[in-house]
Design a protein around this ligand. Structure first.
Ligand code: HEC
Ligand code: HEC
Length: 451
């Protein structure tokens, strides 16, 4: 059996590689030599890593239930007092309202049929528990006792913020789309449901001595859908100088292959950030080293709490970094739906993007960020330095633009300051003195929608 499945995988891989080795464009010549045993082995290795990485991305909590469940007791608020928890509990309706998604492929046919016939109680937290038992709530994992009924803890996975669903079954219920930014998800509202936010208060007190639980909840609720503040527990900066929340938009996690630095402010490579997030944001249990966090002026909380050198045993993160990386790099940016942009206008927009508007100086096709050190000072892109200053290099990373059409909700730039693509173009028109006509602006917008 093992032999058979291995052979099948190798054959599938060979077919896959035969396709992959077709010349991608007319200038390339095809490599007609047969694949060697080593090629096949490498290919099989890559496929296995991707498959394993998908599992990790969707379902691995890295042990973070010790934080979200055991410490914050989020599971008790989800279950509600009727199911051994506290308060009203989280009904499926309420879960969908805070932007949580349901993976229809995890639902057994009978349940799908009942849902269609509206015979499922969407107002009852018990239904949410049933969905958690099926691993159907994207990015949320429930841990149940031996009876399988009582929710004992809850953990989160990467998919919570970097996946959505295609709504193919109903709004919020569909096939899971990994890598898509969860722009409906109100992370702050969800964390604020936790009965105990004291662990957050204790950390934030290092930077803000007067902070209390009520203020922490106010901060969390100020973020709004599609946003999270990955730097809050490093520097304790909850508001920008203009008084608005310091949270940033959740970016997509697809289309990252070939891109050097990641996050809005270029903290590091994909795998650097994966380690950072799993240990310091999700509060998983692992090893993380980044001595830049020892800068107590910039990162008072991280420096005091020792986030620059974390060693928790057993290490549930490091053995997963390679497959996770493979999986992320395997996710292409999805193509825009047919008819979602004007092709003739997009063609004219492309000529502008690569010509007079000078966009491709920074957004270099086909990765749409610079090959190399893809970072710019706030002045170069004409915005304030607040978020850049919260990162080691004090710069903004050139955002890769592929798949832009998937994440317009919440706006553009790190904090969504530009509500529409038209506003982004107007900003560059001013900044770079482009003097674009209104039809040229419209053409550029169509091009951006086509990426
Ligand atoms: C609670 C929401 C949340 C969770 C969970 C989460 N992320 Fe993120 N992720 C974000 C936010 C917000 C950013 C932007 C951070 C910034 O720029 O400061 C981000 C940025 C990223 C980026 C950079 C993308 C780019 O090129 O800009 C990658 C890669 C990434 N996350 C991967 C992961 C992985 C892998 C996991 C699981 C180990 C994960 N994230 C879990 C919210 C989340
Ligand atoms: C000097 C380099 C540079 C040039 C020139 C430039 N950009 Fe950008 N662009 C950036 C950076 C850096 C960001 C990220 C801003 C942030 O994080 O807030 C960005 C962000 C964007 C975004 C938002 C992406 C998102 O995910 O929200 C769009 C759209 C965009 N640029 C389009 C353009 C267009 C169109 C042009 C030409 C008119 C252009 N850019 C010229 C560096 C540049």
């Amino acid at each position: 059996m093992k032999f058979l499945s291995t052979t099948c995988a190798a054959l599938a891989a060979a077919g896959f590689l035969a396709i992959a080795m077709q010349p991608a464009n007319a200038e390339e010549t095809s490599d007609t030599r047969a694949l060697s045993r080593t090629d096949l082995k490498n290919l099989q290795f890559a496929l296995e890593q991707i498959k394993h990485g998908r599992q990790i991305f969707r379902y691995d909590t890295f042990g973070d239930e010790a934080f979200w469940g055991d410490a914050l007791r989020l599971h008790t608020a989800i279950a509600g007092s009727a199911n051994g928890g506290v308060g009203a509990g989280l009904s499926p309706k309420a879960a969908l309202a805070v932007g949580l998604k349901v993976d229809v492929e995890a639902l057994p046919p009978a349940l799908r049929a009942d849902l269609q016939k509206k015979q499922v109680d969407l107002d009852s937290p018990a239904t949410t528990l049933a969905l958690l038992q099926l691993d159907a709530v994207v990015g949320v994992r429930g841990l149940f006792d031996d009876s399988g009924r009582r929710l004992q803890s809850v953990g989160i996975t990467c998919a919570l913020c970097h996946s959505t669903v295609d709504d193919s079954f109903a709004p919020g219920i569909g096939r899971q789309l990994d890598g898509w930014a969860a722009r409906d998800l109100n992370v702050g509202e969800i964390i604020a449901l936790a009965p105990n936010v004291q662990p957050l208060v204790d950390l934030l007190r290092i930077a803000i001595p007067s902070i209390d639980a009520a203020t922490v909840r106010t901060v969390l609720r100020s973020w709004g859908p599609g946003k999270f503040d990955a730097e809050l527990l490093m520097d304790g900066k909850a508001v920008r100088p203009d008084g608005k929340p310091a949270a940033t938009l959740i970016p997509p996690a697809f289309g990252l292959a070939g891109v050097n630095l990641h996050t809005w402010t270029g903290w590091g490579s994909v795998t650097h950030w994966n380690g950072f997030v799993a240990n310091l944001e999700m509060q998983g249990q692992g090893t993380f080293f980044d001595p830049r966090l020892n800068d107590s002026a910039k990162f008072p909380i991280a420096a005091e709490a020792g986030f620059g050198d974390v060693r928790r045993t057993p290490d549930l993160v490091t053995p997963k970094l390679a497959p996770l990386h493979f999986y992320q790099l395997s996710l292409p940016a999805p193509r825009p739906p047919r008819g979602s942009f004007d092709a003739a206008a997009a063609k004219r927009g492309k000529a502008l993007f690569e010509g007079r508007a000078d966009c491709s100086r920074c957004h270099v096709p086909p990765i749409f960020t610079e090959p190399g050190w893809n970072m710019h000072t706030p002045d170069e892109i004409g915005i304030d330095s607040f978020q850049a200053d919260r990162s080691p290099d004090e710069r903004y990373r050139t955002a890769p633009l592929k798949g832009l059409w998937t994440h317009g909700k919440g706006g553009y730039y790190h904090d969504g300051r530009f509500a529409r693509l038209e506003d982004v173009i107007d900003h560059y028109d001013d900044l770079l003195s482009l003097s674009l006509s209104s039809s040229e602006r419209a053409d550029l917008v169509e091009y951006l929608k086509s990426l």
